[in-house]
Ligand binder design. Structure first.
Ligand SMILES: *Cc1c(COP(=O)(O)O)cnc(C)c1O
Length: 383
């Protein structure tokens, strides 16, 4: 089977992991600190905090931005469920902003309209979580300027997008957001097995993220309500979780980060080849905006002629040929859990149309050009 996404593990990666296993610290040692430093440097962000996965980083980001019961959080319906679940973990209410069909990213028009209505009914969101679908940045400058006008905070769910750029700046530099989240799940751009990170330019947010990542415990005198009892002393000052990343994972992360550009370049080369092959076919790649450089976590094509049966048939046929096509994503509001919260079919029509029309083709650094030619040939022949 040609997988839709797959990790690339080198001999250096294995050595980095085994070095930690042979060391004194499997967690909370120097490999974690070093990974965070490199991550912050690469993304031109002041602070980077490693987490056990992106979901826990999203949850902690919501907590750091003081999301709580009664607050409203908005996100994109075309994402993995974690982008919305993180708000529900905080007892907040979730709502969605419809997407732009051509990119699958949050529509600026839909966001603007929803904000105008929300202001009238006094239901403005506290936080908007944008999702850089497939690795292409949302229009962050526009979203940031709306956040200034309507006073909401911004989390970038950049789970797909490490190594990508927006306006010539690396995604993760938080120029237009409060916090950016990455995922290091094996199908993503780099991997730590399970893992994630939160990046921010704000010292205050970084301190809060660290607190929520580790039980709400601090060792810093400035946050304690009394003099320290001694060098062993710490205080729990809020309720946090154990969301830390191990040094075993961090060492793998650092080793993977050294090949980040190589991975993203290869993904872009393969994507360009797909783009050329899709010209004059029934399939349309996602539109790439001028000021973005996608990390290409996913290569998605759309066919606007498809009936449900036709798409199903192509999906099955491709899988029968040993090609693991996929669909990203089932709109979050269509999941039974979200339907029970009150969302309905038809609530976000562009997202639903996007879902119906879209198909993900295999894309990862180890995909060979021969495999890609085979995928293209089979897809075009099924039309
Ligand atoms: C993968 C993914 C997540 C969750 O990442 P984990 O590291 O598995 O927790 C969240 N949001 C998006 C958009 C993702 O693709």
């Amino acid at each position: 089977m040609i997988l839709y996404g797959q990790q690339d593990i080198s001999a250096e990666d294995i050595k980095a992991v085994s070095d930690v296993l042979n060391s004194s610290h499997l967690t909370q040692g120097c490999a974690g600190v070093s990974f965070e430093k490199t991550l912050a440097h690469i993304c031109q962000s002041k602070h980077a905090l490693a987490f056990c996965n992106a979901t826990s980083a999203l949850h902690s980001a919501c907590l750091a931005l003081d999301v709580k019961a009664g607050d409203l959080v908005w996100t994109s319906p075309i994402s993995f469920v974690a982008s919305a679940n993180c708000a529900l973990y905080c007892q907040a209410n979730i709502d969605f902003v419809d997407v732009e069909l051509q990119t699958g990213n949050m529509s600026i028009e839909a966001l603007t309209e929803k904000l105008i209505h929300a202001k009238k009914s006094n239901k403005l969101p506290k936080v908007v979580i944008v999702v850089h679908l497939a690795g292409q940045s949302c229009d962050m400058e526009a979203i940031f300027s709306l956040s200034q006008a309507y006073s909401f905070r911004i989390i970038e769910d950049a789970s797909h997008a490490i190594g990508g750029y927006y306006q010539k700046n690396p995604i993760g530099n938080c120029q237009y957001s409060d916090i950016t989240i990455f995922s290091f799940h094996p199908v993503k751009i780099i991997t730590t097995g399970e893992g994630g990170a939160a990046l921010t330019q704000s010292k205050e947010l970084a301190e809060k993220l660290a607190l929520y990542r580790s039980h709400g415990i601090t060792k810093e005198q400035q946050f304690m309500d009394k003099e320290s009892d001694g060098p062993w002393y710490y205080q729990q000052i809020t309720l946090g979780h154990n969301y830390r990343m191990t040094d075993i994972q961090a060492a793998l992360g650092s080793s993977q980060l050294s090949r980040l550009d190589e991975f993203v370049n290869k993904r872009n080369t393969l994507a360009q080849k797909y783009d050329i092959a899709m010209k004059d076919s029934a399939f349309m790649p996602l539109t790439q905006l001028k000021n973005t450089y996608s990390a290409y976590h996913l290569y998605i094509v759309q066919n606007n002629q498809w009936s449900v049966q036709e798409k199903l048939k192509i999906f099955d046929n491709m899988r029968n040929k040993g090609i693991q096509v996929h669909v990203h994503y089932i709109p979050i509001h269509l999941h039974p859990y979200y339907q029970k919260l009150g969302f309905n079919v038809g609530d976000f029509p562009q997202a639903e149309l996007y879902y119906h029309q879209s198909l993900t083709l295999p894309l990862h650094p180890n995909l060979t050009f021969e495999q890609q030619d085979y995928i293209i040939k089979e897809l075009i022949s099924l039309g």
